[in-house]
Design a protein around this ligand. Structure first.
Ligand SMILES: Nc1ncnc2c1ncn2[C@@H]1O[C@H](COP(=O)(O)OP(=O)(O)OP(=O)(O)O)[C@@H](O)[C@H]1O
Ligand SMILES: N[C@@H](CCO)C(=O)O
Length: 317
């Protein structure tokens, strides 16, 4: 028995919903932008790392978040009194760590889905999300679902965390092209959270509520221009932009070139910009590639919303 899962990159916050809005993305080129995990039957437990960013993972396998997923999952299996199945795991680490693309969430989601499939799916989507949120919280210091939920379920997800519902999807604008530019440097989510104020001014709280409400309303009433006009961040971006070299210039370029919105993806340093046609998207991606990307780890991708979320892609990596 062996199973391989693929989990897509995601944008946390989407500017307007700090910790409560997240979008799953896929390059229009058809390339993979996300992690893959294989779980297979083996008498000896091991975690093997592969992929473009494998060398950035902690050397000690017990520090790999996959190990935390495995331990936690097996505890839940024992709690259900199911027989344990000896296994080993392979992580294909395709997302850069500390990129703002939901890299740890991606590994967590791909790992839990592969483990669940390996065990013939004893856990439902809600139970899975709770487990994923717990593991993601261990790394960033607080439980937030805005990467794990879109990564697992696809689409743009709104965190509800009420009446037993963690997250539900909202309508998306299918012709929006999301230009993702990762400069190649790393920002720790925990540190990017630590610099945020503990309290906010009344004026910012009112703006935040109006903008989030406005974006959700415009999404449900199919008003793309109105929706994009709300994509401004008054919670995190004013404090985090200083952590990202060239952020202001890059955002200005994207908006001048016609992007209808541009902001920090998750806790950064990735910048996302929304274009409405391919020529515009390519112009923005070209400029960012030349002026915002700082080293060979960086990249630009023109993406659309990934609707499927995490999927089983076969049984061998
Ligand atoms: N499989 C893994 N994927 C990503 N990070 C991992 C993994 N295993 C362990 N880590 C560690 O977890 C920490 C992840 O930090 P952080 O939350 O800032 O990054 P991230 O989730 O990759 O960022 P982002 O959500 O902004 O893309 C790093 O210290 C990294 O070494
Ligand atoms: N909502 C989280 C996402 C982290 O990727 C934050 O901005 O801290």
């Amino acid at each position: 028995m062996s199973v391989v899962t693929y989990a897509p990159a995601s944008i946390g916050n989407v500017s307007v919903g700090f910790d409560v809005l997240g979008a799953a993305l896929e390059p229009i080129s058809g390339e993979f932008l996300g992690d893959r995990v294989q779980v297979y039957a083996s008498e000896h437990f091991a975690i093997e790392n592969r992929g473009r960013f494998a060398h950035k993972l902690p050397v000690d396998p017990k520090q790999n978040i996959l190990f935390g997923c495995y331990e936690y999952f097996i505890d839940q299996i024992k709690a259900l009194k199911l027989a344990e199945r000896p296994l080993a795991m392979i992580l294909e680490k395709n997302l850069p760590i500390g990129s703002g693309l939901g890299s740890s969430a991606c590994s967590v989601v791909a790992a839990f889905e592969a483990l669940n499939q390996f065990y013939d799916a004893p856990f439902d989507a809600n139970q899975m999300l709770l487990m994923m949120g717990k593991l993601e919280g261990k790394i960033s210091g607080s439980v937030h679902y805005d990467n794990v939920a879109p990564c697992y379920l696809g689409g743009i997800q709104l965190m509800l965390e009420s009446s037993g519902v963690i997250s539900q999807s909202i309508p998306t604008f299918d012709d929006w092209l999301w230009v993702l530019a990762y400069p190649g440097i790393s920002i720790s989510t925990a540190e990017a959270r630590a610099i945020l104020p503990a309290q906010y001014r009344r004026q910012d709280v009112l703006t935040y509520g109006r903008q989030l409400g406005g974006f959700i309303h415009a999404s449900y009433t199919n008003q793309p221009q109105l929706a994009a006009s709300f994509l401004n961040d008054v919670i995190a971006e004013p404090y985090r932009r200083a952590l990202i070299p060239g952020f202001d210039q890059a955002r200005h370029f994207a908006l001048d070139a016609g992007a209808i919105a541009s902001g920090i993806s998750g806790s950064g340093p990735t910048l996302f910009s929304i274009a409405t046609d391919m020529e515009q998207a390519e112009r923005i991606a070209d400029w960012l590639e030349k002026h915002f990307v700082q080293n060979e780890d960086g990249f630009c991708h023109i993406c659309r919303i990934n609707k499927q979320g995490t999927q089983v892609t076969g049984n061998q990596l």
